[in-house]
Design a binder for this molecule. Structure first.
Ligand SMILES: [Zn+2]
Ligand SMILES: [Zn+2]
Length: 351
């Protein structure tokens, strides 16, 4: 039997890997290679990270660092069962040391390697932040209300909606879905939006909550690379009536709960729930607000009708008994006096 020996080191061996012994084979193999210094680009304003040729959403900084190292590792192509641990340690504001600990098999042989690399962050303002700081916008969403001034609550809610729509779109990768500026005016609020798409999304989201409608008007603002450049103004109109308004809707008197494409609320004469398509109503007019209600004495309850004492004239007035009434004769109830007569207002709106 001939003794086999390794042509490289001359030692006896019985198993060969690529014609050399086990030790020589491993010595030649580099499990992985990683540059000693790496760079990660992060926006100092918003934290966006530059990856694979484009800016993407902000993430945890150490995650960026780990990903940066992972992306730069060169593995031996015979490696299997790889197990890598990367432990980043922040050195200062823009430097991390990352310890790499890797275990794997090369052709059935366990190999292990330990190495350090340094990741340096280069702080660079991203495309979106430079657009914002340059005053760039593609559209204006003008929030107003039909035949009235929007309430503070409505405008606050609209702002929340606009911001969350913008955040959601940015998370989904639409980097132009930013609000460049919010202007609070006497008659409403203007949102300057980074993209036309965002303008439309905000309008739709607000209308989903409040009802109302919007129109778009494009305006030519110049040219870029031979193409016309437009800015779009979205005129968003919140509905004329809000919750708590008491309106006459054709022959009925309604305390409004919601008003959009549909008007819903309580028919104050019958006490029944009311819902109608706004456009199907011919004569709609605001009479007063439910906050305008005053106290009055319920004089008598006759089942189908009740008698209420008019607090101004002390006269007893007979009106239809609304379904929601639970007071007993002698009790005080809340009423409104309107151009359409006296109506009981429910103490609390319950549906
Ligand atoms: Zn050898
Ligand atoms: Zn940025």
């Amino acid at each position: 039997m001939t003794a086999l020996f390794c042509p490289k080191c001359g030692n006896n061996a019985d198993v060969f890997y690529e014609n050399v012994c086990k030790n020589c084979f491993i010595k030649d193999k580099k499990l992985l290679e990683c540059p000693a210094v790496l760079f990660a680009k992060i926006c100092p304003v918003c934290g966006s990270v530059y990856k694979r040729g484009k800016w993407s959403t902000k993430e945890d900084e150490s995650e960026t660092i780990i990903e940066c190292v992972k992306g730069s590792l060169k593995l031996d192509n015979q490696v299997s069962d790889l197990d890598i641990t990367l432990s980043p340690k922040q050195l200062d504001y823009s430097r991390y040391r990352v310890h790499i600990d890797a275990k794997a098999m090369i052709k059935g042989m366990p190999v292990e390697i330990e190495q350090d690399t340094e990741v340096r962050i280069s702080w660079e303002t991203c495309d979106t932040c430079s657009r914002i700081s340059g005053g760039y916008f593609e559209g204006i969403v003008q929030v107003r209300a039909e035949k009235r001034i929007p309430t503070k609550e409505e405008l606050g809610r609209c702002k929340d909606i606009a911001e969350s729509v913008s955040a959601r779109s940015q998370e989904k990768g639409d980097r132009l879905a930013f609000i460049a500026k919010t202007e609070e005016l006497g008659e409403g609020t203007d949102f300057y939006v980074g993209s036309i798409k965002l303008g439309k999304q905000i309008c739709r989201a607000v209308i989903d909550v409040f009802g109302g409608k919007f129109t778009e008007s494009p305006k030519l603002v110049g040219q870029k690379n031979g193409e016309d450049l437009y800015r779009i103004t979205y005129a968003l109109r919140l509905p004329e009536f809000v919750r708590g308004d008491i309106i006459s809707a054709d022959d009925r008197v309604i305390e409004v709960q919601t008003c959009g494409k549909h008007v819903s609320g309580i028919d104050l004469e019958t006490g029944k729930r009311f819902i109608e398509n706004f456009n199907d109503l011919i004569q709609v007019k605001k009479l007063c607000r439910s906050q305008d209600a005053v106290s009055a004495v319920l004089v008598a309850d006759e089942g189908k009708t009740i008698q209420v004492m008019d607090p101004d004239t002390y006269e007893s007035i007979t009106i239809r008994r609304p379904e929601f009434l639970s007071a007993e004769p002698g009790n005080e109830i809340k009423i409104v006096k309107t151009a359409k007569g006296i109506f009981v207002v429910p103490e609390k709106i319950t549906f």
